[in-house]
Design a protein around this ligand. Sequence first.
Ligand SMILES: [Zn+2]
Length: 849
Amino acid sequence: MSARRWSRLGLLAAEAVGAAVLTAGVCWAILALLAGEQSTAGLIGRLLGADPGGAAAAVAASLGVPLDWTVAGVDGRLYPITLLLSGSPLALLAAGPLVGMVVLGVRTRKGLTVAGAAVAAGGYAITLTGFVVAGGALAADPLVHLAAPALLVAGAATVWASVGILAARTFRLNRAAVVVAVVAAGVVVAVPASAEPSPGGRVLPFGGGASAPRVGYHRPGVTAELTRLRAEQGAEPLVANDLWRGTPSMVGTRSKLTGGVPGWLRQHAGIFGLADPVGSLRSVREQREPTGERHLWFQQHVGGVPVYGSQVGIHLDRTGQYVEFVTNGAEPALDVRSTQATVLAGDALRTARLAMPNGRLVEPAKLYLLPSNPEPNRATPTVLAWQVWLTDLSGGLSNAYFVDARSGRLVYALPKTAHARDRRIYDANKLTELPIVPKRTEGEGATGIDDVDDAYDYLGDTYDFYHSRFGRDSYDGKGGDLRAFVRVRSKKDEPMRNAAFIPDDIDTMVFGEGMTTVDVVAHELTHGVTFNSAGLWYMYQSGALNESFSDIFGEAIENYSKGAHDWLVGGQIPGGALRSMADPTIYGDPAHYRDFESSCSDWGGVHTNSGIQNKAFYLLTQQIGITKAAAIAYRTLTTYLGERARFTDSRVGFIESANKLYGKGSTEAKEAAAAWTAVGVDGAFEQPRQDCACFADESLAGAGVDGLDPQGPGVDAVLAALLHVRDLFSAARTPALAHYEVVYVTYGQRAIELMATDDDLRRRTAHAMQTLEPALRTVGTAAGDSTVVSQAMLDELSGLMNNYAAADVAAGGGGFAERIGQELDRAAFDQMAGKTVNEALAFLDTRVG
Ligand SMILES: [Zn+2]
């Protein structure tokens, strides 16, 4: 190749780089300009403009690569054409490449005609939108994800090439345009791709070396904010990352409070990923400690409606001059369709009652925006829903139901009852009539009934422990009364080998016979403490933490009461201990994060995965003693954790608590970190989030109204009936319910897989459930004594099961078909028609035994 040709190529390369840099610079400047605006564009500007990754993503957007950091009001992805049509100032991003084109045009000394530029810009927007739409459609297939970046590079390159032809009408320039496109698109496409969630851990593309958080996708702006905090305090902030939200869920820092809390929130909006933290966070409560420290809690709102489970805690030091800690439960990007309810609260209550026929309303229905699970690179969908909180004391149940305030459908149920052990094995058939007259009230003498006197004494010890150690006045911190029922026996007069805390108007604890040992009593009352402080949701990781804190204080209070303890939960109850904290594996529970049990059973393994924090706590006590370790756990639970905390949050809470109680960098703080590291929770990776899909929900969601007979029960009634049955499965109060719970947990996922590819199967499932609804909703209730199981129901059910068996075989067979055959034989439908629902259930009890 001649020297002339080389220099020509060098020139082209220089042009390419120059145009790419110019494109990026223009985009960044535009974003910086928009960032000050209180608008969607301003939010995007703030999110993307704050760090190089975000600016690169903006360049990607201007090239037509889909911009995935979406926010309220913008659906899914940003297309150039959407921006143009909506008159969004973000359309200015297209100025970046246009400027690049002008540079190339000037370079050829031909420049751009106005008409040429207009044609180029129009063609550019239309072609890119086409590419993005095609890419979005293809992206539904996971395999295509791998090819997506290449596809987008190719798309961008083609567009730039055609722009080049239009602009300069020379093939030579077209070549340059291709080089520019490949360089620019290659860089920008790489950035959003590396922001994908990575359960195995991934170094941040712009994370800045070993001192940066090791893992986690960060929304644009977060890394820059953490860097600012690091610079401000001269040390690394203590951070728990939320991989799914892309924001830190916990931040330990020392940041000067300027402009009061609102000023601070505004200056540090990047932590939360909120455009307007002051407008969206409303004060809900304040804790003030004797030391002068203050903990201010805020509830996230959108359009005046609270976002369920999304609270932020700002923790101030004793001088009130510094923010020392942030608990961040805010949802950074929400897709809110509406904040206007069209369904009345009374109708929502009626629907929820279908799921809990004997339910009593605990508090008036409240309107919330219920977010679904967050995922990187998209706005989290929300449902405007009425929360209807019902309690059925005789059934030992308390659930918060969520009814879509626009469609009237039941969309979610959150358990509120906490049990000492997995309900499905040990619960009673039905709680016997609870006594009305108290056996022993405060100050009265012993009754001579062991269970009553033990409950009285141990509730007293538990009260004294919390009061003398932490100044807490009763479980709710307000001197709250509660009632306890002891020696609860089943309808069949069998002992209930369980205990439970049931929140209600007057919170209630129930204990089976012999269950009133000190650790079990303290365990249950601690559920009340948790309920009134962190409020940890009783499912998945937060549920496992909830259980673990009850186990922890069960032991700490056993030690306080007796001067010794055994690390066994329920060491003195009939039938023997439930769990070991020193070695959870003795009872088959995990003692390390790598053994985390991903199960849908037991609300996501709340009584098994509790072993992980239990073990960490045990290890900590071996270094610093149980008194100090319990103080650390108490502060973590009551000061720092939010409703949806995960293990990694509790780890940071332990370290921060030890820092505060025993000094920053103290032995206690180091040991707290070491104990969590020993159980595999070191902030370096995050367990994939668990979602237990219910095949009933899936079938109805998929088939919708199409699959249902318009004459039959509506979707809301069918879903309510299924939730009712799911509750019974989880309680497993009869042998048949226990049996079918196992089948459900084992094969539910398989059923969903089969439905996913078979619309007809999904419709049949929905229809069968609709046919069965009148029976399902009465299972285990008084109405079940008069509702009859019809031949039509049995035919529909057996027909559906045979459809699933055939689908399983056709899909290669996963053992489901064989199991269906066994279950149909076992159930003996031919003998069941004409029986009442409760008779049929009793009949099934004899068949599964
Ligand atoms: Zn419990």
